[in-house]
Design a protein around this ligand. Structure first.
Ligand code: BTN
Length: 237
């Protein structure tokens, strides 16, 4: 469970602040900022984080990290996001591994990092969610939750709802294997059966998604018809 919430006004990135606090804290905690001036996304992309525009938080879960279990961890967290969004809308789509889409546009993303000091290790889970429109424009492929909810989203209510769901799904992740929630995940995922350009950290190829396996890995047919199992990637139609 998250035992402490640390609020900041403006920071470069909550990921960095979480790492700075890691050695000084004993329990799990989350750093939440009102604004980030250098928010980072997956594949070193920028994550726009204007003041009062969204939820920007980095959760620290201490304990040894088994890299093979990270895909499952990410998918459990995606379900926590889905359950939180459900207070506002029913029209939710998950893009494997863990982007949430509303009306065909991205509303939230997750950046999961392993962090190690000389004494301890843990997961730093960064979550960015576009909640309300600000005067800073968003890219055309992004949407805010308020666009769909058709009303301003109350930031502190949303944060409370999210923290509860993250705690719940983190507990579930620790206690049951991914296959127990696989059907639930597939209810929201639109990947299976579709063709994608798949970009991993070291290559790019075209493939057709055929399954999300018991560990949360994506199985695809590549162009030569060979089955490949992917731990994490960026999928583009
Ligand atoms: C993605 O590329 O989809 C992941 C985006 C993750 C953004 C969050 S916002 C809070 C935390 N701090 C950062 O700088 N990035 C993550």
């Amino acid at each position: 469970h998250i035992k402490e919430v640390i609020y900041k006004e403006s920071v470069e990135s909550t990921q960095t602040i979480a790492k700075e606090y890691f050695s000084f804290k004993e329990d799990n905690f989350v750093v939440i900022a009102e604004e980030q001036t250098k928010g980072v996304g997956r594949f070193k992309r920028e994550w726009k984080s204007p003041n009062n525009g969204g939820f920007y938080g980095s959760f620290v879960f201490r304990g040894s990290v088994n890299k093979d279990k990270l895909p499952a961890f990410n998918l459990f967290i995606s379900l926590a996001l889905v359950e939180t969004f459900k207070y506002y809308t029913d029209d939710i789509v998950l893009k494997w591994p863990n982007d949430v889409y509303l009306q065909g546009k991205k509303v939230s993303g997750i950046l999961t990092e392993c962090y190690k000091t000389s004494e301890e290790e843990g997961i730093i889970l960064g979550i960015g969610i576009n909640l309300n429109r600000t005067n800073q424009s968003l890219v055309d492929t992004a949407i805010t939750l308020s666009d769909v909810f058709e009303s301003e989203v109350n930031m502190s209510l949303f944060t409370n709802q999210l923290l509860k769901k993250i705690n719940h799904y983190y507990d579930l992740y620790l206690s049951v294997p991914f296959c127990e929630v696989r059907d639930e995940y597939l209810r929201y995922s639109n990947a299976l059966g579709k063709e994608f350009t798949i970009t991993t950290h070291d290559e790019q190829f075209n493939g057709k998604a055929i399954d999300i396996d018991d560990r949360g890995f994506l199985k695809v047919y590549d162009e030569s018809g060979k089955i490949r199992t992917i731990m994490s990637a960026d999928l583009n139609i």
